[in-house]
Design a protein around this ligand. Structure first.
Ligand code: KG4
Ligand code: ZN
Length: 336
C-alpha cells in the first residue's frame, strides 16, 4: 500500500511517499526555520503563510522524487494536530481537497503518536509492548503502547517541554533558533573536556512518578549570566544539555525497569540529540536492561511526513473527508 503523507503542524512543510508503513520512497521538506532564526522564535502567522507557499510544490516534489503518480497513491495521511492552527489548516484543507478530487481515502493523524512511528521506517518493526518517549518542541510524553492505537499515558512534563527548554535557553545565550541543534553544537568542545556537568538542578528526578519539569532551567541560566557578568556559551550549553538529558534518561529507564516493555522507542525532534542517544545507550548497558532500544536516524526525528504516512498505515481509520478537522490541542492519546 502506498500512502502520501502530509505534515504542516509547525514551521516544516513536508510531503512523503511511504510503502507499507516502512519503505520511504520520498521525503520532501521545506522549512521556514531560517526566517524564525532571525526573530529567535516562531511567529505563527509567518509560519502559516509559508505553509501556503510551500505545500503544493512540496507535494509535487515528493511525487516526482518517488517516481509515482496520483493513480499509484492508495491513501492520503495528514497531520490533524496538535500544532499551530494556521499551519495545521493548510495541510488539512489541502489533504481534504486532494482526497475529494483524487477520490482517495483520507486518514487524519495525531502528530505526537505519529512521531513514534519513525521507529517503524526502514527497519524491522519493534515488538510490543513498547515504552515510547516523545520529546518535541511543544511536548514531552512517556507512553506505554500495548499495540497500534493502544497508547496509555505514563508521564510527561509539568511545564515546559524538553525542546522548549532548549529553545528558550538558547535564546538567553544568544544562540539561533531552533535551540536544540544550536546548543548541542555549542556544547561539543566543552563536553569533551568537562569532568563533571552538574551545575543545574535535576528537578523531580527522585520523585515517585514519571514526570518532568524544565521551566526552572531558564531562571538558572539567567542567574548564572547575571552572576558571572557574561554568557559563557560553551559551558552553559553543555550544562543545559546535560541537565535535560540526565532527567529524561533517568526517569525513562526507571519506567523501563518497572514496566518491562519489550522495546524502548525514542521519538520527536529532541531525539535527534547525540548526547541523549549516547546516554540512553550507556544507561541501558550499565543497568543491564533487557530492552530493544530504538531511535530513528536524526533526520526522521524532526518534523517530516514519513512517520505520518507510517502511522496511517498501522492506524487506518476510515473517516469521510468532510469530517476531518484540524485540532491544535490534541493530546498524544487523543483521536485525530
Ligand atoms: O518534533 P519537532 O521537530 O517539532 C515539534 O513537533 O515540536 O521538534 C522540534 C524541537 C525543537 O525544540 C528543537 O530545538 C529540538 O526539537 N531539536 C533538538 C535537536 N534537534 C531538534 N533538541 C536537541 N538536540 C537536537 N539535535
Ligand atoms: Zn514534531
Amino acid at each position: 500500500m502506498i500512502i502520501l503523507g502530509i505534515e504542516t503542524s509547525c514551521d516544516e512543510t513536508s510531503s512523503s511517499i511511504v510503502k507499507d508503513g516502512k519503505k520511504v520512497l520520498s521525503n520532501a521538506i521545506a522549512t521556514s526555520a531560517d526566517m524564525h532564526a532571525e526573530t529567535g522564535g516562531i511567529i505563527p502567522e509567518e509560519a502559516a503563510r509559508q505553509q501556503v507557499v510551500s505545500v503544493i510544490p512540496v507535494i509535487k516534489e515528493s511525487l516526482k522524487k518517488a517516481g509515482v503518480e496520483k493513480k499509484d497513491i492508495d491513501k492520503i495521511a495528514v497531520t490533524a494536530g496538535p500544532g499551530l492552527i494556521g499551519s495545521l489548516l493548510v495541510g488539512v484543507e489541502t489533504a481534504k481537497t486532494l482526497s475529494y478530487v483524487w477520490e482517495k481515502q483520507i486518514i487524519p493523524v495525531n502528530h505526537l503518536a505519529a512521531h513514534i512511528y519513525a521507529n517503524w521506517l526502514e527497519t524491522s518493526p519493534p515488538s510490543f509492548p513498547s515504552l515510547a518517549l516523545v520529546v518535541s518542541g511543544g511536548h514531552t510524553d512517556l507512553v506505554f503502547m500495548k499495540g497500534h492505537g493502544e497508547l496509555e499515558w505514563v508521564g510527561g512534563t509539568r511545564d515546559d517541554a524538553a525542546g522548549e527548554a532548549f529553545d528558550k535557553t538558547a535564546r538567553l545565550l544568544g544562540l539561533p533558533y531552533p535551540g536544540g541543534p544550536s546548543i548541542s553544537k555549542c556544547a561539543e568542545k566543552y563536553l569533551k573536556r568537562a569532568k563533571k556537568l552538574d551545575l543545574f538542578p535535576r528537578p523531580m528526578v527522585d520523585e515517585e512518578n514519571y514526570d518532568w519539569s524544565f521551566s526552572g532551567l531558564k531562571t538558572a541560566v539567567q542567574k548564572d549570566i547575571k552572576e558571572n557578568g557574561k554568557r559563557d556559551k560553551e559551558r552553559l550549553s553543555a550544562e543545559v544539555q546535560e541537565a535535560i538529558v540526565d532527567v529524561l534518561v533517568t526517569k525513562t529507564l526507571k519506567a523501563t525497569k518497572e514496566l518491562k516493555p519489550k522495546s524502548l522507542l525514542l521519538a520527536g525532534g529532541v531525539a535527534a540529540n547525540a548526547r541523549l542517544r549516547e546516554k540512553f545507550k550507556e544507561g541501558i548497558k550499565e543497568q543491564k536492561l533487557k530492552v530493544d532500544f530504538r531511535v530513528p536516524p536524526p533526520n526522521l526525528c524532526t518534523d517530516n511526513a514519513t512517520y505520518v504516512a507510517a502511522y496511517a498505515f498501522y492506524n487506518q481509520k476510515e473517516v469521510p473527508w468532510e469530517k476531518v478537522t484540524a485540532n491544535p490541542n490534541l493530546e498524544i492519546t487523543g483521536e485525530a
